[in-house]
Each structure stands twice: as structure tokens, then as C-alpha cells.
Design a protein around this ligand. Structure first.
Ligand SMILES: [Zn+2]
Length: 273
């Protein structure tokens, strides 16, 4: 499932290719995504110019001239790729967009948990999906004291607290585990037990880890590809995630895998206390 670094990588790639481009035509081949795609989507988009491509949490926003925003969420297996129109169309290519550059934008999603929605720019933050989001980890207001205001009164395990999109938006299981590995904290620790200084350290580690992952163009395990349909490389730099039984890169102890809820957590029993 794409997390913040993957979505940011896609947005940067798409922005450089799509900004200033005009949409010639849109073909919706499958409307049944997480929400049904508007029957009038194609008609509303034709002729519109894309001004920029940005990210909010894990949402991709194409701002269009005329104050509307075309918003995507990739769900579990979505891909939004800028591609040569000669590339053969595949099954699950649900939305095809012809651009005045002669290139195409394709939305591909085998599991169809993704989202494609056109909204007026001034109604964007009224959407239920965006209204309840917590702070973006790159927001200046995201600080150690912000995070501490949640950890100090939470019984939840710290891995689960980091996954809560209403506290911090964009972190999924891969990065929650990697952040805690780098901060030296076990994912199973109850949040309220963390000292303030440790919470400050976790808060500072979050943007560091996400930035490092963005530099490696994200993590590709199965479905994720960037805007050019290429793999990310951060999977080669993971300290703990999906490395159960393998050696810690720092101390050679075997990495432990434990189930918390229905998602695994990973940690080094020597480096993480
Ligand atoms: Zn270790």
C-alpha cells in the first residue's frame, strides 16, 4: 500500500510532466472504484489545464484551471502513471487521459480500492476524507510537543498511534516500523510510557525517515511504481520491516516479528528498548 513517500514521489514526477498540460479527453473504463466515479467526470475534465500536482497526506491532487481539483487516492494497489500512448492498455487500466503533450495519464488499479473525485477547490477541505486528517509530518506545526499531547494520554502501542491518520497523516506500517527502529523504540511500547524526550526524538525521526525514503523514490514490494512506472528502492534500505529472522544491520541480532492486531511489527531486540 503506498504511503507518504511513495505518494510524494509520484506527485513530484507527475508535477514535472503535467503542469501546464491540457486534458484533451478522458475515458473512464471502470466506474466501480472505492466510490463510484462520477458519470460526468470525462465531460467535466475535457479542455481543462492542469496547473500543478500536489499531495495532502496520501491524496494526489491535480489542481485545474477554473478552481477545481481532481483528487486521487491509490488505495491498496492503484497506480497513476504518465505513459506513452503506444504502450498496450492493460486489464485494470480504469481511467485513460489524453494530454496535449501527446502523452497519456493512466489510472490502473486491480483491487479497485482507489478513489477518483473532482471537486471545487473551495470545497476540498469539506470532504470527509480530508476533514479529519491529522497534521502532515512535514507541516511546521508537527512537533515533539504535538505528538506528546497524544502519546501522554494513550494506552495504545506506539506503532498503532503512529498509524492513526487523525494524529499524523501519511504513515503506514512500513514507515511506522522504520521510524521506531531509528528512534530505538519498540513498536509494542505503550504510548503513555514514553518519556517526553523520546517522543521528541520520534517526532524528529519521522520527517528524516520519510525524506530518506523519498530520496530513494519510495518502497516497492509489490504494486507500487512511481509516475514513470518504475520501482522505488527504499526496500533495500529498510532496517526492520519485513526482515523477521534476518540480522540487524547495526548489531547482527535477529530481527523479531510480532503480530499487533492484524499487522506485523518488526524490531531489533537489542537496539530497540
Ligand atoms: Zn540491532
Amino acid at each position: 500500500m503506498p504511503e507518504l513517500p511513495e505518494v510524494e514521489t509520484i506527485c513530484r514526477g507527475l508535477h514535472s510532466r503535467l503542469a501546464g498540460r491540457r486534458i484533451l479527453s478522458v475515458q473512464v473504463r471502470e466506474r466501480r472504484l472505492r466510490c463510484l466515479v462520477d458519470r460526468k467526470l470525462a465531460e467535466s475534465l475535457e479542455g481543462k489545464t492542469i496547473l500543478r500536482v500536489e499531495r495532502i497526506a496520501k491524496y494526489i491532487l491535480l489542481s485545474l484551471r477554473g478552481d477545481s481539483v481532481w483528487m486521487f487516492h491509490l488505495g491498496m494497489s492503484g497506480k497513476l502513471v504518465h505513459i506513452d500512448p503506444q504502450t498496450p492498455k492493460r486489464k485494470h487500466d480504469h481511467i485513460l487521459v489524453r494530454l496535449d503533450s501527446g502523452q497519456e495519464l493512466r489510472y490502473h488499479d486491480p483491487r479497485r480500492f482507489g478513489l477518483s473525485l473532482l471537486v471545487a477547490a473551495n470545497e476540498l477541505y469539506d470532504l470527509p476524507q480530508l476533514k479529519r486528517l491529522g497534521l502532515d509530518p512535514f507541516d511546521a506545526r508537527f512537533t515533539g510537543s504535538y505528538l506528546h499531547s497524544f502519546t501522554k494520554r494513550s494506552e495504545r502501542r506506539v506503532r498503532d498511534l503512529l498509524l492513526d491518520q487523525q494524529i499524523v497523516a501519511g504513515i503506514g506500517n512500513i514507515y511506522a516500523n522504520e521510524i521506531l527502529a531509528r528512534a530505538g523504540v519498540r513498536p509494542t511500547t505503550r504510548s503513555w510510557k514514553l518519556k517526553r524526550a523520546k517522543v521528541e526524538e520520534i517526532a524528529a525521526t519521522i520527517p528524516e525517515v520519510l525524506n530518506e525514503a523519498i530520496r530513494w523514490c519510495g518502497t516497492s514490494f509489490s504494486d507500487y511504481r512511481d509516475a514513470d512506472d518504475k520501482f522505488g528502492e527504499f526496500q533495500n534500505h529498510l532496517r526492520v520491516y519485513d526482515r523477521g529472522g534476518e540480522q540487524c544491520r547495526l548489531c547482527t541480532s535477529p530481527i523479531k516479528r510480532v503480530a499487533i492486531g492484524n499487522r506485523s511489527a518488526f524490531y531489533c531486540p537489542s537496539c530497540q528498548k
